[in-house]
Design a protein around this ligand. Structure first.
Ligand SMILES: Nc1nc2c(ncn2[C@@H]2O[C@H](COP(=O)(O)OP(=O)(O)OP(=O)(O)O)[C@@H](O)[C@H]2O)c(=O)[nH]1
Ligand SMILES: [Mg+2]
Length: 658
């Protein structure tokens, strides 16, 4: 979605400030407040997976602020964490605003220690003070500042407290003074490895040497070209020698020493005043993840989604906008205007014909899809901000384990219901390539995005519940089957399920409105031009006589295999551009009475499993490479028709009435 990044080159002479911290601690809230730039803020770890830059116009010197993906350690476990580490190495002079969760001071300081080893000048923002207070957590920030000799700023970013102090105290940024007591053998090895590292790293060499001794494979490509072949070999040998000397993994010795240092600091500044009685919010939070009660909660959420998006958005609002506004006001008016003013028949057809820009593209995009995505965005925003999504991941983790996937993979899959393109980007939070590939495939195959889902719900809501059941069952069974097979067939390993579950939070109305507005704007900018393009394509194909030929050529599949009217080929054709547009085509066919119940369900299953939209396809290429992306599409298209054909055959054989 719209988290566009400026070109870094444009800012090269300006002071850079990196916002760094653990996942889900409020970095993006602070970034948004200081730059007045929109970035996505949500209550789950992994909201930010790419770097966003913006000018902090109100801070002294108007520095360039850089929002980074959350990271637990500078030894990255996934691609998004690596982005942050690489950025720190690439911007050696940038100041750091470390944002931490006051409640989780241990994890915050673990990162501070590593930043200090890299000799980064920083301030420390202890955010989420409100939640810490509710839990009876008290951190003596003045004392911590004395110990670390850096500015420590308590903040509650969502209420704007502490933000002004960040700007005021940025100039005092300093390297935190926390000496980790490493065993002498580690110190010696670090000094020797540091001497092998390029001079340009300056002060950072010691910190990077420790990272290398801890055995971070993600540094290998970064080092290549910066250190000679012999240098690399020497580093490898030194590390092996250290491990032999220690008799254990250097990584665990290093991390234990850091933890001891953090524990010392914690003893001096961290207090939990009272034993916390479980609040209502905590109990509710636990209920949503309960192996048994989690399921009715999920059903309730689905029911609410169905009611708000399917019935209210797709029924009431679409009725008002499509039938009322477009059907009775806009289109008749435009048609009469065009009839009067447009001198040529082809122009009239182009604008208001059956494949007209106004009567098809704009009516579909604004009249059918917009009300649906609008309501979906609102609902999804509430889910994102409440912290329900990671809890959902916990509940369906068991299903995913059966598939051979990590429950963390649920998060991108659920985000796919918002937008598959963004969700494909979010696969970066998954630790192994295999998981990223499987989830990318499943997203492209069978996770309908908001726009498509909304239109599908609109058709289903007007049918018997059995229809919804069959559609949902077939799509889920397909996802499960393909996920299961892919997890077995693809080489590589899956990781353990380690997803941090944030506290439930009351969604902020302002954030949801801003998010919905940003997403709607993105939809209008990205989808509407494609709708128009698709309509022009159909118009040209129709006018040149190619469309009937295509419909004829598609007959064996569309009519014989799927049992659909030949016209349904149009919907699949435009589905190549956007699946929601294809679904809107089916919506209109159904409205016109051209699809019976079985045909509606079969066509919906096919359009759900059908190719990803163009934007999603480009994202797949960007993230997984052209070969993998093409292979996925080459599998998906025939597979979608095959499943549809099979379903048609079964439903007809069983004489199911819908
Ligand atoms: N109660 C409370 N909530 C906060 C505060 N700061 C941020 N949040 C909420 O915490 C969640 C995470 O905020 P983000 O800004 O997306 O966090 P982030 O650090 O950018 O997260 P990632 O990009 O996932 O690493 C959102 O739901 C925010 O509304 C705060 O001071 N108090
Ligand atoms: Mg963020």
């Amino acid at each position: 979605m719209p988290d566009a990044a400026d070109s870094p080159a444009a800012h090269s002479t300006v002071l850079s400030v990196l916002l760094v911290g653990n996942p889900n601690v409020g970095k993006s809230v602070i970034f948004g407040a200081l730059t007045r730039r929109y970035v996505n803020v949500s209550n789950y770890p992994g909201t930010t997976v790419e770097v966003t830059r913006g000018t902090a116009a109100h801070l002294p010197g108007r520095p360039q602020l850089i929002d980074t993906p959350g990271t637990n350690s500078l030894t990255p476990q996934s691609e998004d964490e690596q982005v942050t580490r690489d950025l720190l190495l690439a911007e050696p002079t940038a100041l750091v605003i470390q944002v931490g969760d006051t409640k989780n001071l241990r994890r915050t300081l673990y990162l501070t220690v590593q930043l200090a080893e890299l000799k980064r000048r920083q301030v420390l923002v202890l955010n989420l003070q409100d939640e810490a207070r509710d839990l009876g957590v008290r951190v003596e920030s003045g004392e911590l500042a004395n110990l670390l000799r850096i500015p420590v700023i308590p903040a509650t970013a969502t209420r704007g407290t502490g933000l002004e102090a960040i700007g005021r105290r940025l100039a005092e940024a300093a390297v935190a003074s926390c000496e980790v007591a490493y065993p002498a053998s580690v110190e010696r090895a670090a000094a020797e490895v540091a001497a092998l590292l390029p001079k340009e790293l300056g002060d950072q060499r010691y910190g990077v040497a420790l990272m290398l001794l801890a055995g971070d494979p993600s540094l290998a490509s970064w080092l290549r070209g910066r250190v000679s072949e012999e240098g690399l070999l020497a580093i490898g040998r030194r590390r092996a020698a250290l491990e032999a000397e220690l008799g254990t993994r250097a990584a665990s010795v290093i991390s234990r020493a850091r933890h001891r240092c953090v524990a010392r600091l914690l003893r001096q500044v961290f207090h939990q005043d009272r034993a916390v009685a479980g609040s209502l919010r905590d109990r509710l939070g636990a209920l949503t993840m309960h192996p048994l009660w989690g399921v009715p909660v999920l059903l309730l959420v689905l029911f609410l989604a169905y009611g708000f998006v399917g019935v209210f958005g797709a029924g009431t609002l679409v009725g008002l906008v499509e039938d009322g506004l477009f059907g009775e006001v806009i289109n008749p008016w435009v048609i009469s205007l065009v009839d009067r003013l447009a001198p040529w028949q082809w122009l009239r057809q182009l604008l208001v014909g059956p494949y007209g820009v106004v009567t098809m593209a704009i009516t579909y995009a604004i009249g059918i899809v917009l009300p649906v995505v609008g309501t979906f965005f609102i609902f999804f925003g509430v889910l994102e901000d409440s912290g329900y999504l990671p809890r959902l991941a916990v509940v369906i983790n068991r299903v995913f384990r059966g598939m051979g996937l990590n429950g963390k993979a649920v998060l991108p899959m659920v985000l796919g219901l918002g937008c598959d393109t963004m969700a494909t980007l979010t696969t970066r939070i998954l630790p192994t390539r295999k998981e990223r590939v499987v989830v990318t495939l499943l997203l492209a195959l069978g996770v309908p995005c908001s726009a498509q889902l909304g239109v599908i719900l609109a058709i289903l809501a007007a049918m018997s519940p059995l229809g919804t059941f069959i559609w949902g069952g077939v799509v889920m069974a397909t996802l499960f089957g393909v996920g299961w097979a892919a997890a077995r067939l693809l080489p590589g390993r899956s990781s353990d399920f380690l997803l941090e579950v944030p506290p439930l939070r009351t969604p902020s109305l302002a954030n949801i409105l801003i998010k919905t507005a940003a997403r709607t704007e993105w939809y209008l900018k990205e989808a509407v031009p494609l709708f128009i393009l698709g309509t022009l394509l159909l118009f040209v194909l129709d006018a040149s006589g190619a469309l009937p030929a295509i419909e004829r050529a598609a007959r064996p599949v569309v009519v014989h295999l799927l049992g659909l009217p030949a016209k349904a080929a149009d919907a699949f054709l435009i589905g190549f551009l956007r699946r929601d547009y294809g679904a809107a085509g089916l919506f209109v066919l159904r409205q016109d009475g051209q699809l019976d119940g079985v045909q509606a369900i079969v066509s919906l299953v096919v359009i759900t499993l059908f190719v990803p939209c163009i934007a999603n396809f480009f994202m797949m290429i960007k993230e997984r490479g052209a070969k993998t992306a093409l292979a996925m599409v080459a599998f998906i298209v025939p597979f979608a028709f095959l499943v549809g054909g099979l379903l048609n055959f079964i439903l007809r054989a069983l004489k199911v009435a819908l």
